[in-house]
Design a binder for this molecule. Structure first.
Ligand SMILES: [Zn+2]
Length: 511
């Protein structure tokens, strides 16, 4: 893969040689910015196991000097030597390159480069998706990947900025309408790429949820649907409940975080993902944000989900009796085997020991084993959150719902991961668990009874904001009992899900 990547990169760099055959040094000077960026790209590969992409740029923008030094501190010596060698190499190159090249050599160079660029996509997934493969190469291969990354970041920045005023003046008019004396802790754990049917608790053949299966006061809902097919769409929909048909409305309003804030709760956002524009506008609503950011494309220096639980432990010692906390996890995002530590490598063989491409169906078993281990790990993560919350003896609940599911070579389409424009039923159907403390059940017995009653109802992530607020006794003007799973008036949701190009599907129609 590295060799093919290097070939593509060289192909791009040598393609214009023919145009500059009489002025090669001019071309070399034009390339200088790219040469200067190469050490950073290499550094990113060495440090994070992934080249620079749009998330890396966000990661750099979000980090501080201390954090950065902590990360590169151990590499500082090697880095300095590497850069010195590279600098000398560059100098030599600039001195050696002649200004002109024979026309024949130049045309051969450009022609071969063109052939390389056009031929490489054939090695991806066959010719079926040739043009998609060709195009996506420019997004992922240095140096054009940097342009793409910069463009993505800028577009997001503009969109977020243009809607800022409307969002900031938005109000839920939320307040708690019950008098609760004592500690209150409401936790929302957002899963990543976790699908309903790979959980033991939901009937999967492998016991991937040994802990949650034994939990008391835990309800697993059987028919919950994601709001969007990718994280960037699914999470704002989940947080704001605007519905997949009105995705853009989420820019104009605040999320569940602010509903709790208005009702007097201290609000926290904990994440180990790089949350881009759509999500970060809602993260900013939280009074405290703990961002252990690591790009899911990275294979090194990643923050695992259990670190979020450790952080949660610290938050519980902070003063204040009313807390609402969101944990945005990395869950089961590809590369699955990177999500969990070695001692969770229980189902074997996995990608911990076998290398495979993510879309190579010949390795289906290995990929699925890795995926299932990541579910095993998530089971422990969510169970640990419940143990922690439960030890606080509070009026409390823990909600877990995944942003969307994942394709695992389920049928003859051999789909993998989750980014196909039309979502599959494996993307739409997500696990949704609610744990409630005995104290909470004592004050809201009817609400808990209704939750249990609706265990097989058609639910969507759109229902989350109405449900969690209601379960906590928080009321706001647009709270809708027909969308509130704890209400006797709850109505089966239409389960709309947003796919690519702003097309919306009903989950029931998906294959
Ligand atoms: Zn996701």
């Amino acid at each position: 893969m590295a060799l093919l990547g290097a070939l593509a990169c060289l192909g791009l760099l040598f393609l214009p040689v023919f145009l500059f055959k009489k002025n090669l040094r001019l071309y070399l000077n034009l390339l200088l910015p790219i040469f200067l960026l190469i050490p950073f790209d290499l550094g990113s590969i060495i440090l994070f196991g992934a080249p620079i992409n749009d998330s890396t740029i966000l990661l750099v923008l979000n980090t501080n000097f201390h954090e950065a030094m902590e990360l590169i501190g151990g590499y500082l010596f090697t880095l300095t030597i590497g850069i010195a060698f590279y600098g000398v190499g560059l100098l030599l190159l600039f001195n050696k390159v002649p200004n002109t090249m024979p026309s024949k050599t130049a045309s051969y160079t450009s022609l071969i480069s063109l052939i390389v660029i056009l031929a490489l996509p054939l090695f991806d997934n066959g010719i079926k998706e040739y043009f998609t493969n060709l195009r996506s190469r420019f997004y992922t291969i240095f140096p054009t990947s940097l342009l793409y990354a910069a463009k993505m970041n800028y577009a997001q920045y503009q969109l977020v900025n243009s809607t800022r005023q409307e969002r900031e003046s938005f109000k839920f008019n939320a307040k708690q309408d019950v008098n609760i004396n004592g500690k209150q802790l409401y936790i929302l754990v957002i899963g990543e790429s976790s699908r309903y049917d790979h959980w033991g608790i939901n009937g999967y053949a492998k016991n991937t949820s040994p802990h949650l299966s034994k939990r008391e006061n835990l309800i697993s809902f059987n028919d919950a649907a994601a709001g969007g097919f990718i994280t960037e769409y699914a999470i704002p929909l989940l947080l704001t409940g605007v519905g997949a048909d009105n995705f853009n409305k989420h820019y104009q309003q605040k999320s569940i975080v602010s509903a709790f804030k208005e009702a007097g709760f201290a609000t926290y956002w904990l994440t180990n993902q790089v949350d881009e524009g759509h999500i970060s506008i809602h993260i900013q609503e939280a009074e405290k944000q703990i961002l252990l950011i690591s790009d899911y494309r990275a294979t090194k220096n990643v923050h695992r989900d259990m670190e979020l639980v450790e952080t949660l432990k610290k938050i519980f010692t902070e003063p204040g009796d009313k807390k609402f906390i969101v944990l945005h996890t990395s869950g089961s995002h590809y590369d699955y085997s990177v999500r969990y530590p070695d001692y969770f490598d229980i189902i074997k063989p996995s990608n911990k020991t076998v290398f495979s491409k993510s879309a190579d169906k010949r390795f289906k078993d290995v990929l699925v084993n890795s995926y299932d281990n990541s579910i095993l790990y998530t089971d422990t993560v969510v169970d640990s959150v419940i143990t922690l919350v439960s030890s606080q003896n509070a009026y409390s609940s823990v909600t877990y719902i995944s942003d969307h599911g994942e394709n695992l070579f389920d049928d003859q389409r051999n789909l993998s991961q989750h980014a196909y424009p039309v979502p599959s039923k494996y993307i739409a159907h997500v696990p949704y668990f609610v744990w409630y403390s005995p104290l909470l059940e004592k004050i809201f017995p009817d609400k808990i009874a209704n939750l249990k009653l609706h265990r097989n109802a058609k639910i969507s992530s759109e229902n989350i904001i109405h449900t969690i607020t209601s379960m906590s006794g928080v009321r706001y003007s647009k709270q809708d009992s027909s969308k509130n799973v704890t209400s006797p008036y709850f109505k089966n949701n239409e389960q709309r899900i947003l796919g690519a190009n702003k097309k919306v599907y009903s989950a029931a129609t998906l294959k």
